[in-house]
Design a protein around this ligand. Structure first.
Ligand code: EPZ
Length: 429
């Protein structure tokens, strides 16, 4: 078993370059399937989800190669398959973006239903409702969802109003509508930075998308998309995770390669707690001048406080003076990480979607488990500030979304390493 070993108590100092956005790559890389040409995408994070997405692209017939540590070239002119192989698709929540792109380009798509996960059931009813509004039929048989347009025609532009703000359905319908016949209007659309990034990518390849970043997005279908180059935005949540790390552990770090405007929703509560944060053009200086005070947070769609930063802020709240309250409004089960923090001595009570924290003088290192991606990040943050050594298992979740987290933290002075448990071998017995 591979695990992270962290000895807490070291303040963080130095500079960290933030990688490209995981949740931008999640939709833009499958979006390459829409393009009858060759594309070069840069600032691509080297994370497990990206490697799996590339594996799925290649399984469909795309030719993909890494040009450098963060740039890929993709040729999607010869796509033979319309089916995402189940053994690949089930390994990643975001494989549903292949439905929108295969359907948009070829009028047919088959993919495994994304399974639920610990943060919630993660349905795709809004995606399917949108495809149906554009003239597609869909059926779920067993683990597969099959979507197609009669007689291999194109999707038709439609007006779609989502029942709730959904990042995935907004992006999936943008992808499907890019090559549709006519105009698609998405109402009650999500406005996260990665939605704007997806629109930027599509328009760079010849699409006609407007309104991204507002709650109404208009996509005028075009006959085809051409190749070109595009660079992903930096990862808002990776940046926020490092901001939370220095809030818990102390010190002073500079985040580079970021877009400060994307981080205002995270900087605001941290400043309220007592952090000092100064913005540069593409950087932030973040420091903890003294003890932090408690905070009340409610997760909301962008530009509200992001749910993907909720566990990380929970870890910070464990150390903040007084009471903090966190309400999770997006996911029905995203407070499970608190049980692992309690094993380290945190004072947390949870009732339904609300967690109440009372700051304690210190946490104590323990053996804990990453229950999902951001829950794992929260444990890393708590361990950096805890007394003694913490071992974090199930780090595969963490490495799905963070590139070289241990290397980046060690470079800032953390005592963190990636260890492999000595496996018992036959001859040992
Ligand atoms: C995306 O998930 C992100 N993942 C999540 O990040 C993030 O937490 C979430 O958006 C919210 O910002 C990627 O982008 C790959 P939603 P997604 O559709 O698209 C309900 C991380 O840690 N809903 O915005 O799956 C849903 O149950 C991950 O990086 C439906 O009911 O989220 C939820 O309550 C975790 N039916 C709410 O909407 C649908 O068809 C928001 O979901 C779709 C969604």
């Amino acid at each position: 078993m591979v695990y992270y070993k962290i000895r807490g108590g070291r303040k963080l100092y130095g500079e960290v370059k933030i990688s490209g956005a995981k949740n931008a790559a999640a939709s833009i890389l499958p979006g390459l399937l829409l393009i009858n040409g060759i594309c070069r995408i840069c600032n691509v994070p080297q994370i497990e989800d990206v490697h799996l997405t590339i594996e799925i692209l290649e399984s469909l017939g795309a030719k993909v190669r890494w040009l450098s540590s963060d740039c890929i070239e993709a040729d999607c002119r010869e796509i033979g398959s319309r089916t995402v192989l189940p053994h690949l698709g089930v390994r990643m929540r975001a494989s549903h973006f292949f439905i929108g792109t295969l359907l948009g380009r070829f009028g047919e798509a088959n993919a495994p239903l994304p399974g639920g996960c610990v943060i919630g059931t993660r349905p795709i009813d809004q995606h399917l409702k949108g495809f149906a509004a554009m003239g597609a039929d869909y059926a779920v048989d067993g683990e597969m969802v099959r979507v197609s347009v009669k007689n291999g025609q194109r999707l038709k532009g439609a007006e779609i109003c989502f029942d709730m703000v959904t990042v995935g359905a907004t992006m999936n319908l943008m992808l499907a509508a890019a090559l549709a016949d006519g105009v698609t209007v998405l109402k009650n659309a999500a406005s996260e930075p990665h939605i704007v990034d997806l629109a930027g990518f599509l328009n760079a390849m010849g699409a006609d998308v407007s309104g991204a970043g507002t709650d109404e997005i208009i996509i005028k279908g075009v006959p085809s998309l051409h190749g070109g180059s595009y660079s992903l935005i930096p990862d808002q949540i990776e940046a926020g995770t490092f901001m939370a790390a220095v809030a818990a552990a102390g010190g002073r770090i500079r985040l580079s390669g970021i877009i400060p405007a994307h981080l205002k929703c995270i900087s605001a509560p941290l400043r309220h707690m007592g952090m000092e944060i100064t913005e540069g053009e593409d950087s932030l200086m973040v420091s903890r001048p003294g003890e932090l005070s408690g905070i009340d947070i409610v997760t909301r769609p962008y530009p509200g406080f992001p749910t993907d930063m909720q566990p990380q802020m929970g870890a910070v709240a464990c150390f903040a003076r007084g009471k903090s309250t966190i309400v999770e409004t997006i996911w029905e089960d995203r407070l499970r990480y608190t049980s692992e923090l309690r094993r380290m001595g945190a004072d947390i009570t949870v009732h339904e979607r609300t967690a109440i924290f009372h700051g304690v003088p210190h946490l104590t290192g323990a053996s804990v488990e990453a229950l999902d991606l951001r829950a794992g990040a929260a444990l890393v943050i708590a361990a950096l500030a805890a007394d003694g050594v913490t071992q974090i298992s199930n780090i595969g979740f963490i490495e799905r979304g963070y590139h070289d987290l241990t290397g980046k933290l060690a470079a800032l002075g953390a005592e963190i390493s990636r260890e492999a448990e000595e496996r018992d071998t036959e001859e040992d017995h």
